[in-house]
Write a protein that binds this ligand. Structure first.
Ligand code: SF4
Ligand code: SF4
Length: 170
């Protein structure tokens, strides 16, 4: 899925690619009450099966990366499925194919090690829980890892937000 960052001010977009979680096995699929999210033998986490999905949003809340989106009119969860119709045939997913700067890149880890720079990591730390994914993040070599810390919200923070002159929800 491609999200517009702020359509009012910019045409900039942000692809929200599925990370294809491996451990714990696809949290989205684990919480789906109707087994609408299937995982291929290669580990690709598929988008919801339209004949099963009941748009309950469980997967939206369970995904640590904010990937699944609910299409209300279709009553269906939609998400990146690694362009499985292409990648299962040896082609690149469209995002990597179209990216002019190779910021999104598709290949094996061995290819990455010989052709690319940076530190490829597949573990993301969320507080005390670690999630291992089949898709890698590429970070500067000096970084230790990727950690998503809990926001440090205090009473002062809340007051500071309330005191803002500009509305922060428009
Ligand atoms: S929204 Fe659809 S795919 Fe997601 S958990 Fe509910 S039924 Fe499953
Ligand atoms: S990133 Fe989110 S949508 Fe993708 S497999 Fe993990 S939990 Fe599911």
């Amino acid at each position: 899925m491609v999200d517009f960052i702020d359509r009012t001010y910019s045409v900039a977009t942000q692809p929200t690619v599925c990370m294809h979680c491996e451990d714990p096995v696809a949290p989205c699929a684990q919480v789906c009450p109707v087994m609408a999210i299937l995982i291929t033998p290669e580990g690709v986490v598929q988008q919801a099966d339209a004949s099963r999905c009941i748009a309950c949003r469980n997967c939206v809340y369970a995904c640590p990366f904010g990937v699944p989106k609910i299409d209300l009119s279709a009553r269906l969860m939609k998400k990146c499925n690694l362009c499985y119709d292409r990648t299962s045939q040896g082609l690149q997913p469209w995002c990597a194919q179209a990216c002019p700067t190779d910021a999104l890149w598709y290949g094996t880890f061995e290819q990455f090690a010989t052709e690319r720079q940076g530190k490829a990591i597949r573990q993301t730390q969320f507080g005390t829980q670690e999630v291992r994914t089949r898709v890698y993040h590429v970070l500067p070599t000096w970084t230790k890892g990727l950690e998503v810390a809990e926001p440090n919200v205090t009473e002062n923070t809340v007051e500071a937000v309330q005191d803002q002159e500009e509305p922060w929800i428009v």
